[in-house]
Design a protein around this ligand. Sequence first.
Ligand SMILES: N[C@@H](CCC(=O)N[C@@H](CS)C(=O)NCC(=O)O)C(=O)O
Length: 217
Amino acid sequence: MTLKLVIADKNYSSWSMRPWIAMTAAGIEFEEIFFNFNMPGWKAAIREYSPAGKVPILTDGEVTVWESLAILDYLHERFPETGIWPDDWAARAHARSISSEMATGFTGLRGHYPMNMRRSVPDRAPSEAAAADIARVTAIWRHARATYGTGGDFLFGAKFCGADAMYAPVVSRFTTYAVEVGEVEQAYMAAVRETPAFKAWQAEALKEPWIVDEDEV
Ligand SMILES: N[C@@H](CCC(=O)N[C@@H](CS)C(=O)NCC(=O)O)C(=O)O
């Protein structure tokens, strides 16, 4: 049975990006079901897949999973060999904690710096709330790199995992808005941007013609 991942615009939909990039990096095959945000009846089309009415949504035969973190957990259980979460239990607990923090927080950062892969906006100073979120995100990255990531370039070492996928849109935002970060964070961001999965998503985002006004600062 083919997995289907329902997503919206690659330029703007940071939530869609997370499972898409995790699945692509892990080599999990899926069919992409795409609904452009501006299309008439977008909400109704999405609700055909999940009554929650938001993307991303994963379907696996009769099973429907929504919420990006729930999708990553499902993929980890369904395809344990792909290692969506780290093997080590302590690392895995930490990866889930920081991913949950991403999923439920950082509204200051998200509101002030919407994901917009096509743009370069180096002159947008952070709001107070965005600055506080940037400080926390960069602390999370430095801690994970130093504690769990020394064996490779990603938060938990050599393998791009679910936590990296959860933070990949932040890498994109920091790049678009030229957010000033330290050397450790710069190296981490470069590693994420160099992954074939990130590049593939970005290449498709750059081709999209649609504009979502509220995400254009
Ligand atoms: N908590 C959800 C957030 C999903 C979300 O807000 N997705 C946005 C697109 S990036 C959406 O569907 N927005 C449409 C709406 O809120 O009506 C997750 O983790 O997947």
